[in-house]
Design a protein around this ligand. Structure first.
Ligand code: BES
Ligand code: MG
Ligand code: ZN
Length: 496
C-alpha cells in the first residue's frame, strides 16, 4: 500500500474515489466535507444525510457516484461516530474500516482523502496521519506467497490532500512513522506465516545476519555448550535442525543513554516434544517463534531510527520435536547460571530456552531486559486473545511498557508474580521443575523465569494468546498479528 500526501484541495484530487467524513448528528457538513458537499450539488447533505439517513457511526461508510468532469467518479463518506468519543484510536479504526469497505470496489485503485481528525476534531495532524496510516497498513496485510491463483487486485494507493502548510509537514512525518511500524509488523507476520519447514533455526540465524547496520553473532551448538547453555540446548535435541543462539547488537555513534536487551522466544516449531501436543493444539505451532520474528523486525527498525541507545536482540532458536534423541521428562538440566531444572513436561520448553537467554542477556550488563514470548496457554485462558500478559521484577519498567502498549493501540495487562506461584515448581531432585500445575500457569512461568534474572530490571510479555488469531482481529486480519512490535518500537522511540 502506497501512502503519500499532496499539497492540494481534496476537490483537485486525481484519485478514483475521494473519502470525506462526518460526525454523528451533523445535518450540514462544514470543513472539507462541506466544500465537497457544495461542489457536488449538496449530495452529502441532501442525499447521504437527509434521504439515506446515513447515521455516521464510527467506520460506517456510504459511497455515492458523481457524474462530474473530475477524475474521481465516487465520493465515500465515512462516519466518525460521536464527537465526545473521538480520539486517536478512532482515527486508527477509520483506516481499518476504510480499507475493509473500499477494497471490494472494482475500478478503484487510488483513493484521495483528508486528514481525518485534524480538521473539525482538532487533533494533532501528525498523529492523525500516523494512526490512520497504521490502521490502513495493518488491515491491508495479506499473505499470498503460496497461492497460485492470482487474486483480484484491490486499491493500492492512498493520497492525503492537505492545503495547510503546517499540517502537511506534520502529516508527512506521521506517515513515515506509520510506515516504519507497519513494515516491522507486516514483515514479522510474513515470517510467522512462513511454514516451519522453511523457518528453521538456521533460517532465523541467516535473517539476523542479513540485517545491515548491526553486529550479529551466532553461536553454534558446540559454542553454546561451552557457554553453559545446557537448558536451551536440551530443548533442541530431538530436532534434525540444530539450535542456534543469536545475538544482534546495535551500537549508537555516541555514548548510549541506556542499554536494553530484547529477547524473543524462538521455537521454530513446538510439537510439545515427547509430551506431544494433541493435533488441534499443534496446528498453529509454527507461530512459536513470533517473539523472535518481532525482535528481528525491531532490530531492522532500530537501524532506521538510529536511537542513542545500545540495543541487543537475543534469540535462542531451536525446534521442539519428539525423537530418539529428544530431552525427556525427568531429565535434569543445568542452566547457564548453574541452577538445575527437572523436566516435568517437555512442552514447557519456552521457559527453558529463555532461562539461558535471560542469563546471557544479564551478562551483557544492560540496564533492562524485555522478553516477548508465546509462553503459556494459561495466559490465553486468563486474558483471552486480545490482551497480552505482563510480568517482571521491576514495577516501574512494567508500568512504562504497559503505558507504551496503551499508546500503541496494543492491550497489555499485568499478571501477578506472587512467590506462592513457585510452590508448584518445587522439585525433589533439582532446584526446580519446569512446570507444576495448570492453574495460574502464566504466573508460575513468570516465577520460573525470575530464577534466571539476578538484579537487572526485567519485563516479561506473554503473547501466547495475541500472537496468532484463528478469527480475524481488530484489523480484520487472521493469523499472525505482529503483536508487541509497535509497543517495543515506540518504547525505543520514546527513549531516543
Ligand atoms: N508454545 C506453547 C504456548 C502456547 C499455547 C502458545 C497456545 C500459543 C498458543 C508453550 O510452549 C506450551 O506448550 N506451554 C504449555 C505449558 C504446559 C505444558 C505447562 C501450555 O501452555 O500448555
Ligand atoms: Mg510447548
Ligand atoms: Zn512453546
Amino acid at each position: 500500500m502506497k501512502i503519500t500526501i499532496e499539497n492540494k484541495s481534496i476537490l483537485d484530487s486525481t484519485a478514483d474515489l475521494i473519502a470525506v467524513n462526518l460526525f454523528e448528528g451533523v445535518k450540514k457538513p462544514s470543513g472539507a466535507t462541506g466544500a465537497v458537499d457544495k461542489a457536488f450539488h449538496n449530495v452529502i447533505s441532501n442525499f447521504v444525510i437527509k434521504q439515506e439517513k446515513f447515521s455516521a457511526k464510527l467506520g460506517e461508510i456510504m459511497v455515492v457516484t458523481v457524474p462530474e468532469n473530475k477524475t474521481f467518479k465516487r465520493i465515500a463518506v465515512i462516519g466518525l461516530g460521536s464527537r465526545e468519543k473521538f480520539g486517536y484510536d478512532e482515527v486508527r479504526t477509520l483506516g481499518i474500516k476504510l480499507y475493509q469497505k473500499l477494497k471490494v470496489l472494482k475500478n478503484v485503485k487510488k483513493i484521495g482523502t483528508i486528514l481525518h481528525g485534524a480538521g473539525i476534531a482538532g487533533l494533532d495532524p501528525e498523529k492523525c496521519a500516523q494512526m490512520f496510516s497504521e490502521g490502513l497498513l495493518s488491515a491491508s496485510y495479506e499473505y499470498n506467497k503460496y497461492k497460485t491463483k492470482e487474486k483480484e487486485p484491490k486499491f493500492s494507493e492512498l493520497v492525503f490532500c492537505e492545503t495547510d502548510e503546517k499540517h502537511f509537514k506534520a502529516a508527512k512525518k506521521g506517515i513515515k512513522t506509520a510506515q516504519i511500524l507497519a513494515e516491522a509488523q507486516n514483515s514479522a507476520r510474513d515470517l510467522i506465516n512462513e511454514p516451519a519447514m522453511f523457518v528453521t533455526p538456521q533460517k532465523v540465524a541467516e535473517l539476523a545476519k542479513s540485517i545491515k547496520g548491526i553486529e550479529t553473532k551466532v553461536y553454534s551448538k558446540a559454542q553454546a555448550k561451552k557457554m553453559g547453555m545446557n537448558a536451551f540446548l536440551a530443548v533442541g535435541e530431538g530436532s534434525v535442525h540444530p539450535p542456534e543462539f543469536i545475538h544482534m547488537r546495535y551500537t549508537p555513534k555516541g555514548k548510549p543513554k541506556r542499554k536494553i536487551a530484547f529477547i524473543g522466544k524462538g521455537i521454530t516449531f513446538d510439537s510439545g516434544g515427547l509430551d506431544i501436543k494433541p493435533a488441534a493444539s499443534m496446528l498453529t505451532m509454527k507461530d512459536d517463534m513470533s517473539g523472535a520474528a518481532s525482535i528481528l523486525s525491531l532490530m531492522k527498525a532500530v537501524v532506521e531510527l538510529q536511537p542513542n541507545l545500545e540495543i541487543h536482540g537475543i534469540i535462542a532458536a531451536c525446534e521442539n520435536m519428539p525423537s530418539g534423541s529428544s530431552y525427556k521428562p525427568g531429565d535434569i538440566l543445568t542452566a547457564k547460571n548453574g541452577k538445575t531444572i527437572e523436566v516435568d513436561n517437555t512442552d514447557a520448553e519456552g521457559r527453558i530456552t529463555l532461562a539461558d537467554a535471560l542469563c546471557y542477556a544479564e551478562e551483557q550488563k544492560v540496564d533492562e531486559i524485555i522478553d516477548l514470548a508465546t509462553l503459556t496457554g494459561a495466559c490465553v485462558v486468563a486474558l483471552g486473545t486480545f490482551v497480552s500478559g505482563v510480568m517482571g521484577n521491576n514495577q516501574e519498567l512494567i508500568d512504562r511498557i504497559i503505558e507504551t502498549a496503551y499508546q500503541s493501540g496494543e492491550k497489555f495487562w499485568q499478571l501477578p508474580m506472587f512467590e506462592e506461584y513457585g510452590k508448584v515448581l518445587e522439585s525433589d531432585v533439582a532446584d526446580m521443575k519446569n512446570t507444576g500445575s495448570r492453574f495460574g500457569g502464566a504466573s508460575s512461568a513468570g516465577v520460573f523465569l525470575n530464577n534466571f534474572v539476578k538484579e537487572t530490571p526485567w519485563c516479561h510479555i506473554d503473547i501466547a494468546g495475541t500472537a496468532y488469531l484463528d478469527k480475524a482481529g481488530a484489523d480484520g486480519v487472521k493469523g499472525p498479528t505482529g503483536v508487541g512490535i509497535k509497543t517495543l518500537i515506540n518504547y525505543v522511540r520514546g527513549l531516543k
